[in-house]
Design a protein around this ligand. Structure first.
Ligand code: F6P
Length: 345
């Protein structure tokens, strides 16, 4: 048995833990592994390397992915599926482990329907993938954002300022809600619930009226501002679309900061955390989750359970159909958001 492993989409802490687990588990079953470079692009270009215990030694704690990543969509390339099938045959790959989020696993699911033996591992800092309670990478991103909020608290207090922290989260506000709750944010704005600037300003004014001289607002990059006429606005940093049709988000933090300063009169600053949330060493939680996912992915291959992915339910590793994982996004549980709201203003 020869397994190909690839990492696709935005990188995230814990990818190397999964790659290591796939190679180690495969080795224990006497399977060979090749590492495919730069996601799906590596299959199209037959860019890969043989992997052994040395290739994965010393990588558990390292951020990023030793295989590289890309946002290549096989289905947007002429004869993409045929090229993938032929190249996998030429490379001698019997089964694939695709480590990725909605886009990468969406491609994996379609390839499975075209007859490719593929299993998935759910990855994204956004935690918006369905059919698993958590994706690896999320815990690290939340911890990084929480630490940033803690640091911003002290400087906001010294200067009597409002500080707006923009975190990642294209379609779902999981990072915003978890880091905002952990960091004691006074307002949290998420893509799942449109917000009006006047309502946020009212919360901040109420807080200052009870004697507080500073505030922290956490906003997810995909949060949608509703203007006073009821029109929604998603703030983009570029209208250009990637091969999965995604525009580049960014800029909502500055817009909220300007609006809040104007409506409250309080000095306000914005900080955009950006890719810092995806970089560096994974937390212990993400290392363990990634390791468990990677081992289970090889077990799925051993058992011939293709078209499925490793998943977490409660604290058990189970598996789910790729179709279920990519069909709909897992957005923020609104009961959780209600709890977060208790502390607004
Ligand atoms: O999908 C993960 C993610 O980090 C999103 O939160 C963010 O919108 C996007 O990737 C950024 O993508 P890129 O690294 O291509 O700018």
């Amino acid at each position: 048995m020869k397994i190909g492993v690839l990492t696709g989409g935005g990188d995230c802490p814990g990818l190397n833990a999964v790659i290591r687990a796939v190679v180690r588990k495969a080795q224990s079953l006497d399977y060979d592994v090749i590492g495919i470079k730069q996601g799906w692009k590596g299959i199209l270009e037959k860019n890969y390397e043989e992997m052994d215990l040395f290739s994965v030694s010393g990588i558990l704690h390292r951020g990023g992915t030793i295989l590289g990543s890309s946002r290549t969509n096989v289905f947007k390339i002429d004869n993409g599926v045929e090229i993938v099938k032929n190249n996998l045959k030429e490379m001698g790959v019997d089964a694939l482990v695709a480590i990725g989020g909605e886009d990468t696993l969406g491609v994996a699911n379609k390839l499975f329907k075209e007859g490719v033996n593929v299993v998935g591992v759910p990855k994204t800092i956004d935690n918006d993938l369905n059919a698993t309670d958590y994706t690896f990478g999320f815990d690290t991103a939340v911890n990084i954002a929480t630490e940033a909020i803690d640091r911003l608290h002290t400087t906001a207090e010294s200067h009597n300022r409002v500080i707006v922290v923009e975190v990642m989260g294209r379609h779902a506000g999981w990072i915003a809600v978890h880091s905002g709750m952990a960091g004691g944010a006074d307002s949290i704005l998420i893509p799942e619930q449109k917000f009006k600037m006047s309502e946020v300003a009212a919360d901040i004014k109420a807080r200052h009226a009870r004697g507080k001289s500073f505030s922290i607002i956490v906003v997810a990059e995909g949060a949608q501002l509703e203007d006073e006429a009821g029109q929604d606005h998603m703030i983009l940093s570029s209208k250009e679309k990637d091969s999965f049709g995604h525009v580049q988000l960014g800029g909502i933090g500055n817009i909220v900061a300007e609006g809040i300063e104007k409506l409250t009169g309080y000095e306000t600053r914005a900080t955009v955390l950006g890719h810092i949330q995806r970089g560096g060493s994974p937390t212990a939680y993400d290392r363990v989750l990634g390791t468990r996912f990677g081992v289970h992915a090889v077990e799925l291959i051993r058992d011939g359970k293709f078209g499925r992915m490793s998943a977490l339910k409660g604290n058990k590793i189970v598996d789910a159909e790729l179709e279920e994982a990519v069909g709909t996004l897992k957005t923020v549980d609104l009961d959780l958001y209600e709890v977060a709201k208790t502390f607004f203003g």
